[in-house]
Write a protein that binds this ligand. Structure first.
Ligand SMILES: C[S@@+](CC[C@H](N)C(=O)[O-])C[C@H]1O[C@@H](n2cnc3c(N)ncnc32)[C@H](O)[C@@H]1O
Length: 247
C-alpha cells in the first residue's frame, strides 16, 4: 500500500478512538502548552487532535518516510525519525507520552514502555490508547469469520502479538508506572458506509495477500461488501487502553 493509503487507514482508526483520547487526556488534566510525545506515530494521524488541544505535539516513528509524511502535512510539527527503544531526548521532558496501535507490533513492548516512562516527567502520564486483542475477535456472519481467521494468521506471520490487548495491564505494571488503569474501548456502529468498508478492505487484502489467491480475495471482497452494506455484518475486535502515572 502507498503511504497515502496507510494515512487514510490511520485516519479511520484515529476516528474510532477520538472520544476516548479526548476523555483520557482531559481526565488526566491536559493543559494548553503541555508536551505530548507519540511513539510510533506513523503518518501523524493523531497530531491535529493534539494541536486542537493547544498542546505541543511531537511525533516519533522508526520509518523515515512516515516521519517526513507527517512533517509535510503539518509543517509546525516536531517530527523525529527514531527507534522508540532509544529516544534521542533527555529524561522527564514530556507531560504525556502516548502510543496508539503500536505495542502489538513489537518484539519487546516492555523496553519501549520503559523508555516512554523515562522521558515523561514525574506526575506525567504514559498512555496506550488502543491495543487490539485479535484473538478474541467477534466476526459475523460466516464470511467475516473466515476472513478474520486468515487475517489473524497473517498478522501473526507479520510478527503481531494478536493477544496484546489482554497483556496491557501486566506490561504497564512491569514498566514501573503507578496507579495503572486498564479499560476496553466500547463500540457503537453507524449505518455501514462504503468508504469505511473500502479503507478496511485495503488492509484486509494486504493481510490476506500471500495466504489467499488473488481471485479468491476479489471474490471474498464482493461477498463481504454485499453483507457489510446490507447491515448484517458485525466485526468487533476488543481493543484495550491503559494508562499510568510516572512517580
Ligand atoms: C500501526 S502503525 C500506527 C501509527 C499511528 N500510531 C496511528 O495510530 O496512526 C505503527 C507504527 O509504529 C512504528 N514503529 C514500529 N516499531 C517502532 C519503533 N521501534 N520505534 C518507533 N516506531 C515504531 C511503525 O513504523 C508504524 O508507523
Amino acid at each position: 500500500m502507498k503511504l497515502t493509503d496507510w494515512h487514510r487507514r490511520y485516519q479511520f482508526q484515529a476516528g474510532w478512538t477520538r472520544n476516548l483520547r479526548s476523555f483520557l487526556l482531559n481526565k488526566l488534566g491536559v493543559q494548553p502548552g503541555n508536551r505530548i510525545l507519540e511513539v510510533g506515530s506513523g503518518t501523524g494521524a493523531l497530531m491535529s487532535d493534539f494541536q486542537a488541544l493547544h498542546a505541543w505535539p511531537c511525533a516519533v516513528d522508526i520509518e523515515l518516510s512516515r516521519s517526513l509524511f507527517a512533517k509535510k502535512n503539518l509543517p509546525d510539527l516536531s517530527s523525529i525519525c527514531a527507534d522508540g527503544r532509544h529516544l534521542p531526548v533527555c529524561g522527564g521532558v514530556f507531560d504525556f507520552v502516548v502510543c496508539h496501535y503500536l505495542l502489538l507490533w513489537l518484539d519487546d513492548p516492555l523496553s519501549i514502555l520503559k523508555e516512554m516512562v523515562r522521558v515523561t516527567h514525574r506526575g506525567g502520564a504514559v498512555i496506550a490508547f488502543a491495543e487490539p486483542d485479535y484473538a478474541s475477535r467477534v466476526d459475523y456472519p460466516h464470511i467475516f469469520s473466515y476472513i478474520g481467521n486468515y487475517q489473524n494468521r497473517s498478522l501473526e506471520f507479520q510478527g503481531v502479538d494478536i493477544m496484546m490487548g489482554r497483556k496491557l495491564g501486566l506490561l504497564f505494571r512491569q514498566s514501573g508506572l503507578e496507579d495503572v488503569k486498564l479499560g476496553l474501548l466500547g463500540g457503537e456502529w453507524r449505518n455501514p458506509e462504503e468508504a469505511e468498508f473500502d479503507a478496511e478492505w485495503d488492509v484486509i487484502a494486504w493481510d490476506l495477500g500471500g495466504f489467499v489467491p488473488v481471485d479468491e480475495i476479489l471474490s471474498l471482497r464482493e461477498k463481504a461488501k454485499e453483507s457489510w452494506l446490507s447491515g448484517e455484518a458485525t466485526v468487533f475486535i476488543p481493543t484495550f487502553y491503559a494508562y499510568g502515572i510516572v512517580s
